[in-house]
Design a protein around this ligand. Sequence first.
Ligand code: TRP
Length: 456
Amino acid sequence: MSITNQSRENWGSRIGFILAAAGSAIGLGNIWKFPYIAGEHGGAAFIFIYLICIAVIGLPVLVAEVLIGRTGKKNPVGSFKKLSKSKIWSSVGAMGVIAGFLILSYYIVIAGWSLGYIVEAAKGTFYEFNQSNTSSAYFESLTQNTVWSIGFMILFLLLTMSFVYFGIQKGIERGSKIMMPVLLILLIISAIKGISLPGSEKGISFLLEPNWELVNGKSILVALGHAFFTLSLGMGAMMTYGSYLNKESNIFSSSLQIVFLDTLIALIAGVAIFTAVFATQQDPSAGPGLIFHTLPVVFTKMPGGYIFSILFFLLLSIAALTSAISLLEVVVSYFVDEKGWTRHSAVIVFGGVTFVIGIPSALSFNVLSDFHIFGLNFFDLADFLTSNLMLPLGGLLISIFVAWVWGFDKSLKELKLGAETLFDNYPIVITFWKIFVKYFAPILIFLVLLNSLGVL
Ligand code: TRP
């Protein structure tokens, strides 16, 4: 049984869609991951490569996903079914739904830490740290505390579920319209604060002066993989959000704005974090612990650090929330469209299932830290399977589908709806879209995939 299109919700406004999709894109990837991988791979040089990947692969695949969604008007499985008879393609959608589950199950663990750190910041705990060692030991003791980590994980999951529960316009769109501007303002305040600290110039030059020596083949692949993760591509999240668009919407220019916002936020986060890290003489290459080990020490060393530490973890939690919402929406929309469930029961049941799958990820830092599958703990396995295998594979198949299976001409005809003036005035856009979606994207993604599998 499936629900008819008449009863399917649409976004209330163009800006509503852009903010919700940007909310999906902007998340832990921008604020937690991007700064530290840029730090590890040569700062400005890496950023340069990353920007090329975003333009050449990210944008075309984003357009392709939204287009499939708007045309199919369903969840990823249903949309593929509508556009192709072959089971192969609906199973690409099914892989997306499964990937959504898996990503959500470990994403809520880190997001839970972020919520927990708002409380730590408010308690003034960071002032007890005088150096990074104590800070990281404290972080470890928290993540090893099952009640703390699972408790905040549940809290975060319940927040995510509450937005999805109220549907597209009343839940996701309304939430994004409030949370995204707050996020942007908090981040800009943090960046201004960072720049105003004495010694912050070193942080800026770290981000602007390329260090090509740290760049190698691997950096290019890391940049490419991150382009996927940060834009929420490869598993149908953007397809699902696209399915709530009407035919008058201009997919191309909306996608451009989403990419622009995502990139802007990653860069401002880089400025906010590295100016503060350099001004307080902390280690910029602390890796994944940069945010949870290094920043708390940074806050204690800067004037007004108390309030900024609370604001920072608040903004990180908001960013994670709007992303988690999009992950849960993929799963929910599948059960609503394909299985005829109500939104409310889908949210409650699959929120519960996500919790169950999230537990082993949360326990990977304590009780289950020695439990390894293929040499990885549960958390790392879920991350590796999704970020390095399922998302690139999904993106590869999505670009092949649009350019070769559904066919370039047919997809272009759909893409033109709502974008007539743009394409008439700038026909060059069509040429670029053709080259990128037909050749560049599939070939380059294929290379990332080989690399993930250890072949390259
Ligand atoms: N883009 C988000 C981030 O940067 C993460 C995310 C949300 C995501 N939805 C996704 C990643 C779908 C891949 C696929 O944190």
